[in-house]
Design a protein around this ligand. Structure first.
Ligand code: ATP
Ligand code: MG
Length: 412
């Protein structure tokens, strides 16, 4: 089965719309790409709706032109420090006289897991069942058809601030697109760069983008921990701006061309010096490459330390034999993989979207993990084919209803 699905990654530095035919096997045939620099976002959150709408519209129109496909609805990534997550357990008694567990029982258990106090300014983005317990027997992935008296479900619940979510939804809708579902960005990225074996064995997905570092921990095939840290590639660039006294564009250029997360002292001073702009037009300066990389290394170490602290805080430190998979634009910084391996004492690799065809050029690289993951997520969790969707304008309620339906249908 093939379905046409649209994903919009509203990132801090770029917006990427993908129109893709997704095959059951996970193979993604890219029909259209709309890439544009992001505007109106700060650390993963919409801070200026007009600017965000204009950037999203540009990205959507580009993808429509390339694919010849009119985009009605899309899966949209959500991130930002307002995101928080927790694990919650739901318990129900099995109602049928023969005690056979049905989908309805599973739905009731998942609903029971949601009976937690969520502050009024927050709303639920995901309720993801990850394992079931039948009469005390743990680790059951699909309880439907089993017999039992008592069904428990362990869920991972992701919530975000209502206002931040509404501003994202508004921006996408004002760009003329209805939302199929909001997907937490690291969960989308995980769909693109992790294998089922990684998730079964235990793995940490770390998407280091421009404005945020998104973390998701998968164990026994399910999601156990998620967090969004408000730090990313822009911080590396800003450090260079402040310390080297060089304009932002130059700092970004220096980072991409000469940057490394491991600073190595130069063999001779001349080789070490790079010619660069200053803030005064026409005035040049000599920048030390070693100093440049010391600045980048300090920031890289800080981010890796934050990741290590988050792994410890999750309490799942000992359950992650598949190690860490780095993705997102900043994972491409030379040396980062080695530095992370050394600091974390775990296996570390860079993950990029694979199994792509069509207009796949460049999309098979780490910055596009979220976009590719969104369309894969759409196939795995979606109910309605996008090709049947439309601009029905029913807004968030429509998303929410669909989400509730999905929950009832959902089995891991
Ligand atoms: N080769 C490279 N070396 C270092 N940094 C890089 C490299 N390539 C890209 N980056 C950085 O990656 C960042 C952009 O990554 P990405 O496209 O994943 O971010 P985003 O999705 O827009 O942001 P976010 O996910 O944080 O909202 C920028 O800060 C950019 O400088
Ligand atoms: Mg991103």
């Amino acid at each position: 089965m093939n379905r046409t699905i649209v994903g919009i990654d509203v990132g801090t530095t770029k917006i990427c719309t993908l129109v893709a035919d997704v095959h059951e096997s996970g193979r993604v045939n890219i029909l259209g790409v709309g890439l544009t620099p992001s505007k109106g976002l700060d650390k993963g959150v919409v801070v200026n709706i007009d600017e965000a709408v204009s950037a999203i519209s540009t990205s959507v129109e580009k993808a429509e032109r390339l694919s010849g496909y009119r985009i009605g609805t899309a899966y949209v990534g959500v991130a930002g420090r307002h995101i928080s997550s927790l694990n919650s357990r739901g318990v129900v008694a099995i109602s049928r006289p023969d005690h056979e567990i049905t989908r309805t029982d599973v739905g009731r258990a998942v609903e029971a897991a949601q009976a937690i106090a969520i502050p009024t300014q927050r709303e639920v983005i995901h309720v993801i069942p990850r394992a079931y317990i039948v009469d005390g027997h743990e680790g059951i992935r699909d309880p439907v058809g089993m017999a039992g008296y008592r069904l428990e479900v362990e869920t991972h619940i992701v919530t975000g601030e209502v206002m931040a979510i509404q501003n994202l939804i508004k921006s996408v809708q004002r760009a003329g697109v209805e939302i199929d579902d909001l997907v937490l960005q690291p969960l989308a990225s995980g769909e693109a760069v992790l294998t089922p074996e990684d998730k079964d064995r235990g793995v940490v997905l770390v998407d280091i983008g421009g404005g945020t570092t998104d973390i998701a921990i998968f164990i026994q095939g399910g999601i156990w921990h998620t967090v969004v840290l408000p730090v990313g590639g822009n911080h590396f660039t800003n450090d260079l701006v402040y310390i080297l006294h060089t304009p932002h564009n130059t700092a970004e250029y220096l980072k991409l061309k000469y940057g490394s997360a491991i600073a190595v002292p130069p063999e001779n001073e001349e080789e070490d010096l790079i010619d660069a702009d200053t803030f005064s037009p026409g005035e040049r300066q000599q920048v030390s490459r070693y100093l440049l990389n010391q600045i980048l290394q300090a920031r890289a170490e800080q981010i890796i330390e934050l990741v290590a602290a988050e792994i410890r805080r999750s309490g799942y430190e000992g359950l992650l034999p598949a190690g860490v998979v780095l993705t997102g634009g900043t994972s491409q910084l030379p040396g980062l993989e080695d530095l992370a391996r050394e600091m974390l004492g775990m296996p570390v690799r860079i993950g990029a979207p694979a199994d792509l065809s069509g207009l796949a050029e460049a999309i098979d690289s780490p910055p596009y993990a979220t976009s590719v993951g969104l369309v894969r997520w759409g196939l795995r969790h979606g109910l309605t084919a996008v090709s049947q969707g439309g601009r029905d304008g029913s807004g968030w309620r429509h998303v929410y209803d669909r989400f509730k339906m999905w929950m009832r249908e959902f089995l891991p």
